[in-house]
Design a protein around this ligand. Structure first.
Ligand code: FES
Length: 149
């Protein structure tokens, strides 16, 4: 079947509009999902412990999300202990969110819904190939510090 040049131009024009619309819609969805995992505080990279918050504040809020030298970090209590993770999703690098931690007890990546065990950082579901990297913590005088590694 041969298409006239006008039909071909119309087809290409519609295809271009469709692709542009799909790209635009995906950009909006991606921007919204990335915002869900956005840190509350941004800290420049330091080679010494970075203060997160007081132990009481972390327990009261349930979790704290911050960025240390561009690395997303999540800090939260697990029972009587604390955990800190490099919250960079091992799938494609989106910041993992603590939003579902309080109600459902899981950490979730907002980009493609990988979930992680808050106690161990292990991958529970989704396309992430492995779990989250745990970071060392210190508690001094009621203040919690994370040691970026
Ligand atoms: S980037 Fe986290 S699941 Fe894809």
């Amino acid at each position: 079947m041969m298409w006239s040049s006008e039909r071909r131009r119309t087809f290409i024009s519609r295809l271009a509009k469709l692709l542009f619309g799909a790209f635009f819609a995906m950009s909006i969805v991606s921007a919204f999902k990335l915002k869900q995992g956005a840190p509350e505080r941004v800290v420049p990279l330091e080679l010494r412990p970075v203060k997160v918050a007081s132990l009481a504040e972390i327990k009261q809020r349930g979790y704290v999300a911050l960025s240390v030298g561009g690395t997303p970090v999540l800090v939260f209590p697990v029972g009587e202990e604390l955990r800190a993770y490099d919250a960079t999703c091992p799938h494609m690098g989106c910041p993992v969110s603590g939003r579902r931690l309080l109600e459902e007890g899981v950490l979730e990546c907002p980009c493609h819904a990988s979930t992680f065990d808050p106690a161990t950082g292990a991958r529970l579901s989704g396309p992430a190939p492995r779990g989250l990297r745990q970071l060392p913590l210190e508690v001094r005088n009621g203040q919690v510090y994370v040691l970026p590694a």
